[in-house]
Design a protein around this ligand. Structure first.
Ligand SMILES: Nc1ncnc2c1ncn2[C@@H]1O[C@H](COP(=O)(O)OP(=O)(O)OP(=O)(O)O)[C@@H](O)[C@H]1O
Ligand SMILES: [Mg+2]
Length: 253
């Protein structure tokens, strides 16, 4: 399982320019490499987190934007409770993924091309019956169709510990990436999220340590890696974010 590190990004970057951030390019290269090595066929990756607000949608949008430099990418907003990809990319949201799953719209009618290689499927209308919508067979069918048309499929989702949606979606994609907000998510929350995902059939392929306070000190990477490993694996005696890493964690989060 690999660890990506993302510092503070300019959120407006996704709609106009290539996102900035000194750690972002490295994160993207690692993601692409891990997708190609680990996943057979077209990779479909769900971005999720333990808690709300850890940066799932921001990471998904920026990764999709960057991956689109290497192939045809579909970014799907499957957070029907708090959809926001339409806001990030400033797109209409009358029809979207919820409408596809509910049988109200054809998938290709919901494709919104942001660039020649990036297509966004926004969340769509607020679902009347979320339980019905979160049906494994419907997700599988929609994802199969996306995999046939694109080189990468990225799926934005709700947080694992708040609702069960991500566990259903995670079981349909080829891999899951867990966003850990630097200095905020606790080890027990990250571990619980991992356990819930794996017990429902998801394959965790890596973490993204998000909003890491950027620094020119080349020594920080081992600490960040340790933070992610500790949080997700819960190794006994490993570094805890509230002790050894205290000063770094509190720097600008
Ligand atoms: N790397 C980053 N740099 C700067 N701001 C960030 C970064 N990641 C996330 N944010 C900001 O944090 C806030 C939450 O991000 P975002 O909406 O992506 O989280 P989320 O996990 O999708 O939330 P939700 O659980 O509500 O769907 C937003 O204001 C976003 O702009
Ligand atoms: Mg979100």
């Amino acid at each position: 399982m690999d660890t990506l590190v993302v510092d503070h990004l300019d959120r407006s970057g996704v709609s106009g320019k290539h996102p900035a951030g000194p750690l972002f390019e490295e994160a993207f290269r690692t993601l692409r490499a891990s997708l190609l090595v680990r996943v057979q066929g077209t990779p479909s990756v769900m971005i999720t987190s333990a808690r709300p607000g850890e940066g799932k949608s921001t990471i998904a949008a920026n990764l999709a934007w960057s991956l689109a430099f290497s192939g045809q990418v579909a970014l799907v907003d499957a957070d029907f409770r708090r959809p926001c990809q339409h806001e990030l990319f400033r797109l209409p949201n009358e029809l979207g993924f919820a409408d596809v799953l509910a049988g109200r719209a054809r998938l290709d009618r919901c494709f919104q091309r942001v660039t020649s290689s990036l297509t966004v499927v926004t969340g769509g209308s607020k679902p009347r019956d979320l339980i019905e919508l979160l049906d494994r067979a419907r997700f599988d069918a929609a994802l199969d169709a996306l995999r046939a048309d694109f080189n990468f499929v990225l799926v934005d989702s709700p947080p694992v510990l708040a609702v069960a949606d991500a566990m259903v979606i995670g079981a349909c994609v080829s891999g899951v990436r867990l966003v850990l907000k630097w200095g905020e998510v606790t080890e027990s929350e990250a571990l619980l999220a991992r356990r819930r995902l794996e017990s429902s059939g998801s394959t965790l392929i890596g973490c993204v340590v998000n909003q890491f306070p950027g620094t020119d000190d080349g020594d920080y990477h081992p600490y960040v890696k340790k933070y992610a490993e500790t949080s997700v694996h819960g190794q006994p005696g490993a570094v805890r974010p509230d002790t050894e890493l205290g000063p770094l964690l509190k720097a600008s989060c």
